[in-house]
Design a protein. Structure first.
Ligand code: IPD
Ligand code: CA
Ligand code: CA
Length: 274
């Protein structure tokens, strides 16, 4: 794998920040004024003019600086040179359902994978004006202040978060059983509706752990770097290394990782919902 100096990573981080802030301004400008909300395929999987306009501005910033990099963007798909070691994973509006209902939890999420490994991440929440950033070895910040994961080590004292993929009505692997099981064992399980916000809230200690299935690389790439750089742990459900294309992630403060992993592995689906 090509090694990058801190200065090189900082340049990627600064350009991702420029793109995320520009996207955030676009999202703010459409807030409460949406005219076109469409379903993309599965029920509930929405796209709006704000998603498209935010993605266009992110792509223009990335392309201007890095015309030879690969891009995987939610609304435009795969773009650029497939031989490039750099892949930008872009979710211009993570939390579209929230946004369409004016429920204020959403972000622009921009991650950079180098040789398949997430190394730079920016998640910008324009509503709350929180800018979360990290790059490998450079630490994680929110609004330029250093952030750390929580120290909660007991499941019974923890507050977790999860989400439910758009295929939830079509599969028994719908996360309903996991949600019930962990709700019973913890102080609560939240469902924010934005995977990137879930990850950065784990990173800054507001939440102690997050798991979800059915995700895409653009939901995860930025947030996983921010969690890791804030001292947390990300993995597959069984604790093995995260495979970003699997769509399945467990992200915690580290202390709770083995306990949550163990609980997730022993759950059988709620067949009633199949
Ligand atoms: C969704 C959100 C949600 C998660 C879904 C994602 P979108 O992204 O991150 O929290 O549960 O699986 O698809 O569609 O709002 O960009
Ligand atoms: Ca998303
Ligand atoms: Ca999205």
């Amino acid at each position: 794998m090509t090694r990058h100096t801190p200065d090189q990573l900082q340049i990627f981080l600064d350009i991702a920040t420029e793109a995320a802030l520009a996207a955030g301004a676009v999202l703010q400008s459409y807030w409460g004024k949406l005219e076109a909300v469409e379903e993309k395929g599965r029920p509930g999987d929405l796209v709006t003019e704000a998603d498209k306009a935010a993605e266009a501005i992110i792509l223009s910033v990335i392309n201007r600086h890095f015309p030879h990099h690969q891009v995987l963007a939610e609304e435009s798909g795969q773009l650029g040179d497939t031989n490039s070691e750099y892949l930008w994973a872009i979710d211009p509006l993570d939390g579209t359902t929230n946004y369409a209902h004016q429920y204020p939890f959403f972000s622009a999420s921009i991650g950079l994978l180098i040789d398949g490994v997430p190394q730079v991440g920016v998640v910008y929440d324009p509503f709350h004006q929180e800018l979360f950033r990290a790059a490998k070895g450079l630490g994680a910040t929110c609004n330029r202040r250093s952030i750390r994961v929580s120290k909660t080590a007991e499941l019974s004292k923890s507050l977790l978060v999860t989400g439910f993929a758009y295929d939830r009505r079509e599969t028994a692997d719908n996360n309903y059983a996991e949600f019930c099981h962990l709700t019973h064992l913890t102080q609560g399980v939240r469902r924010s509706g934005s995977a990137s916000i879930d990850l950065v809230y784990v990173a800054c200690g507001r939440l102690d752990g997050y798991w979800e299935r059915g995700l895409q690389p653009w939901d995860l790439a930025a947030g996983v770097v921010i969690v890791e750089e804030a001292g947390g742990k990300v993995s597959a459900y069984d604790g093995s290394p995260l495979v970003i294309h699997s769509g399945r992630i467990l992200a915690t403060n580290g202390y709770l990782h083995p306990q949550i992993s163990q609980e997730l592995l022993q759950i059988t689906p709620l067949s009633r919902w199949q």
